[in-house]
Design a protein around this ligand. Structure first.
Ligand SMILES: [Zn+2]
Length: 436
């Protein structure tokens, strides 16, 4: 499945993508009812009206997805590779959930065979859901990330991730040390970062499970590798925040812990950011760091309601993510549906086009990858999904009364999931239909 031999073909469908943020630029939305992407060696060589793109292309292989929508592939900027068998664990909030379920499950990733089997499932499931890029956490074991990168490379997928670093407040079997966490992360970076479409992230799990020495080592890694993302969690749950402030009594708030160690930059993705002060929003804005809004996780763990308006008023790029396995769906469609509901509870709302933007170009911008993915333009890597707005009887029934593109997209988000994903293209390769 590496794309060799497939050098040139076209994808025809109802093309929908964004050149900019539809909430700030009314012309950002691009829609072509009968459009085509010309794909050459995995990249978009032309995009436009099918009549123009396909003119004179005799003998060209054309995959016709009409009447389905074709959008850029979905991007999931916060997800945990080792939590595929933790998802849907009953009855707890964050700290109990970690101790009772997650820290037990993640110990199984000491076994490279388990890592390999899990990584295969993980990549399959992302592709099944139309997700073509993720920024993911491994377990503390570097082999969990190694297996994930091996699977991503096999499929030619643009995937990012890092091994979780934890040197306290976790079971012995899940603890590294400041020195070992540094060395194992450095080793992954040296072997994998920038190899094909793979990217490495510096990944302290969160302030509770890292000593000052470990956060200092993370800061050193971030300084040595400024092109690597930093990902961690922040301000998710009130007990978590209390614990952090007791562990770091000199810090004025949670963000200050990460700031002190040089971990807050425009390449930093901070999961959750629910219980925020004005000062923390302002400082994140000044650093141009990215909050990851994970609505199904925030609802499932009872963590709270994300304040998207405050984040945007601070000038932030807001990422939208599943956070499997605190989150409950791999589908970015379902995730956007829950985002809409969370924002309804906050009196904010989320327009259908803003939601679709968020899971495509918006997340690409949040990850600094919009020069390569998240949109349709000449030279872009051809990660795309074909979406069936009538995938289920309930969706087909609803669509009979959908008069506009916005209504269609909203119904697709509210009612859709992996069943609506007809095909997933990874670097121009039809990858969902190739799953076993
Ligand atoms: Zn998470």
């Amino acid at each position: 499945m590496t794309g060799q031999g497939m050098t040139r073909f076209a994808i025809r469908g109802r093309l929908l993508w964004f050149d900019a943020d539809p909430e700030t630029d009314a012309r950002a939305r691009r829609f072509i009812e009968d459009g085509a992407l010309l794909v050459e060696n995995g990249r978009i060589a032309a995009v436009g009206e099918a009549a123009d793109v396909l003119a004179g292309a005799t003998g060209l292989r054309i995959v016709d997805h009409r009447p389905h929508l074709v959008t850029p592939g979905f991007i999931d900027p916060h997800i945990h590779v080792p939590q595929t068998q933790v998802v849907a664990s009953y009855g707890t909030q964050l700290l109990d959930w970690l101790n009772r379920y997650t820290f037990v499950e993640e110990q199984r990733f000491a076994d490279p065979e388990h890592c390999a089997r899990n990584a295969r499932f993980f990549l399959d499931e992302l592709i099944r859901n139309g997700t073509t890029t993720a920024l993911a956490y491994g377990s503390v074991h570097p082999q969990s990330v190694e297996a994930y990168f091996v699977e991503a490379e096999k499929r030619g997928a643009r995937m990012l991730g890092g091994k979780a670093m934890m040197d306290r407040n976790a079971p012995e079997a899940l603890r590294d040390t400041a020195e070992r966490g540094y060395r194992e992360t450095k080793d992954l970076i040296q072997r994998w970062h920038g190899r094909g479409r793979i990217g490495c992230a510096i990944t302290p799990r969160f302030a509770i499970t890292s000593t000052e020495a470990q956060l200092e080592a993370c800061g050193a890694l971030a300084a040595e590798h400024p092109d690597c993302h930093v990902q961690t969690h922040m301000n998710e749950n009130r007990s978590e925040i209390e614990t952090v402030l007791s562990l770091f009594p000199d810090a004025k708030d949670y963000l200050a812990v990460y700031e002190r160690f040089g971990l807050v930059s425009d390449n930093t993705v901070l999961g959750h950011c629910i219980h925020m002060s004005e000062s923390q929003w302002a400082r994140m804005g000044a650093a141009n760091a990215v909050p990851a809004f994970c609505p199904t996780s925030n609802l499932f763990l009872g963590s709270g309601l994300f304040d998207r308006r405050a984040a945007r008023e601070a000038g932030l790029r807001v990422a939208l993510a599943t956070d499997i396995g605190g989150g409950t769906s791999y589908s970015m469609l379902a995730t956007a549906a829950e985002a809409y509901k969370v924002l309804q509870m906050n009196g904010q709302g989320l327009s259908p086009l803003a939601a679709l933007y968020a899971m495509t170009r918006g997340n690409a911008v949040a990850l600094g990858l919009d020069d390569r993915i998240g949109s349709f333009f000449v030279g872009a890597e051809c990660d795309a999904v074909a979406l069936d707005s009538r995938a289920t009887p309930a969706m087909a029934r609803r669509m009979e009364r959908a008069g506009t593109l916005e209504e269609e997209v909203f119904a697709l988000i509210m009612l859709g999931d992996d069943r609506a994903v007809v095909e997933t293209y990874v670097m121009g390769e039809a990858s969902k239909s190739a799953l076993a």
